[in-house]
Design a binder for this molecule. Sequence first.
Ligand SMILES: *Cc1c(COP(=O)(O)O)cnc(C)c1O
Ligand code: SF4
Length: 400
Amino acid sequence: MPLDRHTAPNHPKWTDWRWQMQNRIHTAEALHRWINPTPEELEAIEKTKEVFRWNITPYYARLMDPDDPSGPVRRQVVPHLDELAPDIVGVVDPLEEVAHSPVKNLIHNYEDRVAFCVTAECAIYCRYCLRKRMVGDAAFFMRKGELQEAIDYIAAHDEIRDVLLTGGDPLTFNESNLEWLLSRLRAIDHVELIRFGSRMPVKLPYRITDALCNLLARYHPIWVNTHFNHPKELTDDAAAAIAKLKSAGVPVGNQTVLLRGINDDAATMKALCEGLVRMRVRPYYLYQAQVIGGTAHFRTSIEKGMGIMRALRGRTSGFAIPTYVLDTPFGKVPLNRSYVKGRCDDHVVMESYDGRLWAEPNPRPPGETTTVTLPAVDMPDTAATIPTGGDAFVPLPTVA
Ligand SMILES: *Cc1c(COP(=O)(O)O)cnc(C)c1O
Ligand code: SF4
């Protein structure tokens, strides 16, 4: 009997994370048993095959509204024809992560910390993923020898005090691989902090097992940042996963991506942040969506994001309010008026932590309303921006 949204939760292995991984939905035929896909969604599944993988865990699929193609969970994971739209600013690697990688999958951009992409595997493939260029791509999976090379690099650089394990999703690793990795990193004296960036509490909370928590507790200080985007994702199962991490002494933060039509209004963002703090999760960053090919339909204007931040301040607990940031090749820039200089047509000009100017391509979507207006500025000669055109574009298939 094939699984469907009604019968699957009764399966004896429903809460077994490996079973969830093995039974992920990645064909149109299977999707029909979970939601009523629209003809456009079915066409998008066919046409986006070459561009980006898709996969949905049965747990996350249950959170989709079967009849609403614009539902906030569904839009994050079901392919959409807009992913094929020509995108004036769509680039593969807007943060120049490849240029900042001294060894494969290790991004050393800030002096004292690194982002270490230990795997390209994920449990689901979020359609707006920052690392679409690598997530799910066989070329970015890491062999043991390659992981060891990155560890050797960290060991040889005593300025690195903070190691962020990311991907893909590092918690797709089993306990024995995690133990291998954590024991080697902990053996390096100057590595003070190890943190995970993982969406498992959101897309597959059953991954947070007692065995995993016991393992993490042996390598403290370990921090985890997860990635909830919408109040609908704050389920009892997600809360139980968070509670386990907290009991193991792991502080949990959250990084949300600001997504047009999903969470880009003050009421939704407030409900999300307040729900997170009820689960003892600290809202850490709210990310401006990056300019990645095929994701223009998810992006909002920076003014709109700043307006949401204005609406939160003073109206909820201070620690329920994240920092709104844009990641750039010069580091993360807080999107508030001390760093943001103004708008020059389709670009927003800002200053990085070390005083470099960055101009982010950020056209205002037609019809967008917001309470914030940025001053008009001229493009400074010194501002760097994402190269557009030529090889920087994602090769998108043409839509017939
Ligand atoms: C985001 C990021 C970090 C961590 O930044 P924090 O602001 O400390 O959370 C580290 N390295 C890279 C390359 C990053 O993108
Ligand atoms: S969970 Fe994170 S890394 Fe994985 S596809 Fe989603 S955004 Fe990308």
